[in-house]
Design a protein around this ligand. Structure first.
Ligand code: SF4
Length: 350
């Protein structure tokens, strides 16, 4: 069955056959706490005969979300401590996040901002709040890049998006505008001529970072939407979250990276899952993640290699956490370098 509209309530999911009726009470409890939305495109991708379906696992709520562990945090990557004005996160010197909207077309069950996004979340910046956010960017000449994230910035209408882009056009030190989005995958028809015209409105270099976690998300329609963006002159990069039961397998992850490259999207970040509330069932050990990422090395093209990163809790930024191929300190002897088969080789200090 294909839904004609987005599914946003526990009862909708029962009616669509995506959760068993006996789970309804617990899923209603999840829905009271965290937003739910699945677009018709996503619903059509779910294999209802597969109880482990990796698309369903990402978007259909699970009673496990009611379990919060002591190490989990409502703001796991520390946005709030780096937010000088509403809608801005200024964590690194040369770039800021501009969170103009806290709505998404779909709500990922592992979302690191799940306490902020959704209809009960932080909403959309009011005009005076957006003006204050743009004023902050204007007053900080060190800001070279503005990253629109969210929420999903491509849920904004082309008219509102164009207004933001015109605001950024007036700030000469901003050279790069980056969008983080799931829209080309979950609502590909939104990437139309009006949206593309809005994205061009600033005259800046615009990058699009696509969030996708499983190769089945890269449908023909999603690839066509990405092609419209790339053909319009927007370079694309990817971001993926390493998730238990979704892509914690080198073959699946490798296939996803190949899909990106075939779609002219350069694999960029592979995120270790954050300590967001109620997401323990998605997390895996860092050592396990390192083994999965190491298995990609040498076995698939260098173009397909993402950078495995962790956001340090408390707002301390990203750390690259892939296994190093180099051992030893070279002091008075040799480094040991491992090849993609795991065999060690000596390398001189200089
Ligand atoms: S699209 Fe991004 S911000 Fe929205 S729910 Fe998914 S991970 Fe969170």
């Amino acid at each position: 069955m294909t839904a004609a509209r987005s599914l946003k309530a526990a009862d909708d999911l029962v009616s669509a056959g995506l959760i068993e009726p006996e789970k309804l009470a617990s899923i209603r409890a999840v829905a009271d706490r965290y937003a739910i939305a699945l677009t018709p495109t996503l619903v059509s991708l779910i294999d209802r005969t597969d109880r482990q379906d990796p698309i369903a696992r990402q978007f259909v709520p699970d009673p496990a979300e009611l379990l919060t562990t002591p190490e989990e945090h409502a703001d796991p990557i520390g946005d709030q401590v780096h937010s000088p004005v509403k809608g801005i996160v200024h964590r690194y010197p040369d770039r800021v996040l501009l969170k103009a909207v806290h709505i998404c077309p779909v709500y990922c069950r592992f979302c690191f901002r799940r306490e902020m996004v959704g209809p009960q979340g932080d909403g959309t910046l009011a005009p005076d709040e957006l003006s204050a956010a743009l004023a902050y960017i204007r007053e900080h000449a060190e800001i070279w890049e503005v990253i629109l994230t969210g929420g999903d910035p491509l849920v904004l209408s082309p008219r509102r998006l164009a207004a933001i882009m015109r605001g950024l056009a007036e700030i000469p030190h901003v050279k790069i505008v980056r969008f983080h989005t799931r829209v080309p995958v979950v609502e590909p028809d939104r990437i139309d001529a009006a949206m593309i015209a809005a994205l061009k409105e600033s005259g800046k270099v615009v990058y699009i970072a696509l969030h996708a976690n499983h190769p089945r998300e890269m449908t023909d329609a999603a690839r066509a939407a990405c092609a419209r963006l790339v053909d319009a002159g927007f370079p694309m990069v990817s971001q993926t979250v390493l998730l238990r039961g979704v892509n914690d397998d080198p073959t699946v992850l490798g296939d996803l990276m190949k899909c990106f490259v075939e779609t002219r999207i350069k694999p960029y970040y592979l995120h270790h899952p954050d300590l967001a509330p109620g997401t323990g069932h998605f997390r895996l050990d860092i050592a396990e993640g390192q083994r999965i990422v190491s298995a990609l090395r040498g076995n698939i093209s260098g173009l397909c290699q993402p950078t495995y990163v962790l956001d340090i809790p408390g707002g301390h930024g990203k750390a690259v956490i892939g296994e190093s191929a180099v051992r030893g300190d070279g002091d008075g002897g040799c480094y040991s370098v491992s090849d993609f088969r795991g065999e060690e080789h000596a390398y001189p200090p200089k």
